[in-house]
Design a protein around this ligand. Structure first.
Ligand SMILES: O=C(O)CCC(=O)C(=O)O
Ligand SMILES: [Mn+2]
Length: 186
């Protein structure tokens, strides 16, 4: 891949992944938001929260996210992701895909606030879902199954040359949480 996406399978062992999932699932104050895609307003098909250091702002799909405070579990996961990636992160978007009707369409994390070649650490908890990448010009698609505890670290040109998605699925799937740690610039 021109741009890099490195998969660390079972970055969290099953017990750690399960604890983090349950803690976030039960105690996070999940928010539901409207986004604007191709000029049309939609309810985002997932719940989420945005956590950031002081003064960090982030807007995607015309939605400006208001940060809520970090929690101990999020700070612990941030430190672990910083250690393995060698990057530093000032924010995390936490997403809850309640079932197969939730997903996120083709997009790249290429908003100005992410900077030109962002390092993004994406940690999966809960149910397994398929993560697809599509090359913007070659249209080639590559897919990987993300299981609880798996970490994908995207860097380099991965956001400028590729888009990615979590497709909705008719399969019976339980809830999945994904955390994308980012370094947002003001
Ligand atoms: O849920 C995932 O694995 C990806 C989420 C994502 O791409 C995003 O929130 O920008
Ligand atoms: Mn993304």
């Amino acid at each position: 891949m021109d741009g890099s996406a490195i998969l660390h399978e079972q970055f969290l062992d099953p017990t750690q992944a399960d604890c983090a999932f349950r803690e976030l699932h039960d105690s996070n104050r999940w928010e539901s938001h409207d986004i604007i895609v191709f000029g049309q307003k939609h309810r985002e098909p997932r719940l989420s929260t945005w956590h950031a250091d002081d003064g960090v702002r982030y807007t995607y799909s015309n939605l400006e996210r208001i940060p809520v405070p970090w929690t101990p579990v999020l700070l612990r996961l941030r430190a672990q992701c910083e250690e393995v990636s060698g990057a530093s992160f000032n924010s995390v978007l936490v997403n809850l895909y309640r079932d197969g009707n939730d997903g996120v369409g083709w997009h790249a994390d290429d908003e100005r606030e992410n900077g030109p070649q962002p390092v993004i650490a994406s940690l999966s908890l809960g149910a397994s879902r398929r993560f697809d990448f599509q090359h913007r010009s070659l249209k080639r698609v590559e897919s990987v199954q993300l299981n609880a505890g798996d970490l994908v670290v995207m860097s380099g040109l991965s956001q400028s040359h590729w888009v990615h998605r979590i497709a909705k699925t008719k399969r019976q799937v339980g809830p999945r949480i994904n955390l994308t740690f980012r370094k947002v610039i003001g």
